[in-house]
Design a protein around this ligand. Sequence first.
Ligand SMILES: Cc1cc2nc3c(=O)[nH]c(=O)nc-3n(C[C@H](O)[C@H](O)[C@H](O)COP(=O)(O)OP(=O)(O)OC[C@H]3O[C@@H](n4cnc5c(N)ncnc54)[C@H](O)[C@@H]3O)c2cc1C
Length: 503
Amino acid sequence: VSQQQRVIDLEAARGEVFDVAIIGGGVNGACLFNHLGRMGYRVLLVDKGDFGGGSSQASAMMVWGGLLYLKNFDVATVARFSRDRDAMIRDLGCQVSPSSFRYVPSRVGRMKKQVTILGLYLYWILGLFRQQRPRFEGSYREKEFLGNPRHDGSFLYQEAVLNGSDSRFVLGWIAGRNSHGGIALNYCGLDTAQFHRGDKCWRLQVVDRIDGRSLEARSRCIVNCSGVWTDAVNRQCGIKTPYKHVYSKGVFIGFERESWHNSPLIFDTTEDVLSLIPWGPVSLWGPTETSLSTIENGINPEPEDVNFLLEWADRHLKRKIRASDVVSLRCGVRPLVVEKNYSENRYPLELSRRHRIVRDPEKPWISVYGGKFTSCVSVAQKTAEQIKKLAPRRRNPFAAPPDAAADPTEWEAFPGLRRQVPSVKWCIERERCVKIEDYLRRRTNISQWAPRGGLGKNGENIRHLERLALHFADGDSSRAGSMIRDYRRDVERRFDAVLAEVK
Ligand SMILES: Cc1cc2nc3c(=O)[nH]c(=O)nc-3n(C[C@H](O)[C@H](O)[C@H](O)COP(=O)(O)OP(=O)(O)OC[C@H]3O[C@@H](n4cnc5c(N)ncnc54)[C@H](O)[C@@H]3O)c2cc1C
């Protein structure tokens, strides 16, 4: 019963010729799906896992103009990100809110103060004065909670943040009426795709990862939005491009938020910055920035990531944060675009965070490289421009803009959380929620806000989780119990074992 709509969609996908098939339901694929649907295209989106389950579930949730990239004099990228940020604030009011950020340098000498304020003014100018004017503040409320006595001044400037969460932002482009008649399938991975010159259509071989069955779908055009997996998907389908991704791992720790922490704070490290971001009942501290040779090395946080973050928390915060205070770990891999022949090993922050949209010269295939939350709408618009040249539209465009409130959410309580969360039943029926992990991590923030993936510090929520799991097990209590045992083992491996090794 719970997955009825998914089965209907799988069947519908078999028989149709789509205008566009999108591979990957992260922020880039989801936003494009919505954009093309509104333009009147018939769109199929497939994701090998859950929607928003890749890098898009691990971000800092900042919609920002890229202040940090001014360090590399990447003025063009900063101007573009600032424009994209301001367009999102303007057009996506319910999902994105302006927010004051406070940069607290380790030491504010006269020179540092002048250089920083100059940089912030340049940033403000590149944002065409659309945000509040930056300013220096010597005394500020948070100061008494910071550990470094040299934290004697701070700089205030304006950015924006995602409301809710990054995964929910992704889902907002896909779920309910926002699909605009397109079909979005999670747990369906693209295996291969062949282009048939006769009917000018791709045949996509897709594997349903829930029941292992294969499905063939047809589409006039394919857009590869598979984030850090973009090169792998291109290789599988014989597509060559002048670019590739290099990878950078980023880890956050979450700990209980104190009442003074209400807006993002930015601190220096030796070569980078770290942010303290208020998010529901937790403060997120991070992210790290580590080059990776393979994606697999970056899927899980390691004890040294947590050690690094705790060390720097010790330098910047008065309150002592210990491994036992960590409520959640958050880890993701950034897709950074470089030229194909790039072989240096530069620090990831020195690499440009621009995106690239590459159209294959022979076949109707577009690859999206890089891209951030901040630029998702402009990436979708630019990709749609390319698609117009490849696939004619066959339906009238939809008039309605994306509407997060289109389908009113049903809410329920979760032990230990003050805010209610979307109900499990509602998420299964309306939001393609297939597994208990989808619910705990992406439909709600339970696994990031309640300790140990939602199990509770001493496992006190296990009974409650078993009751939630009944919805995924069609009421079979032994299957629900086994789901939670598997989930618990996963938490022990990815969370408990990592923290047990922290110094
Ligand atoms: C620590 C960290 C902090 C960040 N902070 C910010 C921030 O504050 N602001 C910001 O704007 N950006 C931020 N980013 C960057 C941003 O999160 C990513 O650039 C963005 O999420 C990438 O989205 P995507 O859609 O390209 O990729 P993904 O979200 O990874 O989506 C790709 C999808 O493709 C699917 N896929 C892969 N292979 C296949 C296949 N064969 N078949 C079907 N599906 C497939 C995957 O399952 C995945 O869901 C941050 C990133 C990290 C790691």
